[in-house]
Design a protein around this ligand. Structure first.
Ligand code: SF4
Length: 72
C-alpha cells in the first residue's frame, strides 16, 4: 500500500503515531515523518491510523502501475 499525508492539514495530534508507531513518527512538536510505502503487515494499523486522524490528513491507497496515481 501507499500513504500520503497532507502536512498542511496535519496538526500533530499524533493519533497516527500512537496507532501505527512503525510507520508514523513525530519529530519535535509537530514535524511528522512517515513511511510512504509501509510493509503489508502494517496495513491494518495504517488504516486505523488514517481513520483516527482528526483532520483526515492521511490518504491511503494502492499504486496503479509502479508509481501513483493512487486508488482509494
Ligand atoms: S493523526 Fe493526523 S493530524 Fe495527527 S499527526 Fe497524524 S496525520 Fe497529523
Amino acid at each position: 500500500m501507499r500513504i500520503a499525508v497532507d502536512l498542511n492539514r496535519c496538526q500533530g495530534y499524533a493519533q497516527c503515531v500512537f496507532l501505527a508507531p512503525g510507520v508514523f513518527e513525530l519529530h519535535g512538536d509537530e514535524a511528522l515523518m512517515y513511511t510512504p510505502a509501509p510493509p503489508a503487515d502494517q496495513r491494518e494499523r495504517v488504516l486505523r491510523a488514517a481513520a483516527a486522524c482528526p483532520v483526515q490528513a492521511i490518504v491511503t491507497g494502492e499504486p496503479v502501475g509502479s508509481e501513483g496515481p493512487y486508488v482509494r
